[in-house]
Design a binder for this molecule. Structure first.
Ligand code: SF4
Length: 69
């Protein structure tokens, strides 16, 4: 299967535009999984901008703000 990097980049909601993993979703997921984190695109925009990719923050965001997502 061919990497769809260009298509992935056009849809990526991560604000870290200089990240080398941008558009290479398998590398992005691997990087954050190994760090015990979740990729930026899983967070709503306002939360993604804080660059806190921790699982704890993810749970906090989704447990407190479900109505505003
Ligand atoms: S979520 Fe992390 S690895 Fe993925 S593009 Fe953003 S900064 Fe890079």
């Amino acid at each position: 299967m061919e990497c769809r990097k260009d298509e992935n980049i056009s849809e990526c909601t991560c604000s870290a535009t200089k990240c080398g993993n941008r558009g290479i979703c398998c590398e992005c997921v691997r990087h954050h999984r190994e760090a015990g984190e979740i990729p930026g695109c899983f967070f709503p925009k306002w939360a993604e901008l804080k660059h806190n990719r921790s699982i704890e923050y993810f749970v906090e965001v989704y447990s407190k703000t479900q109505k505003t997502l």
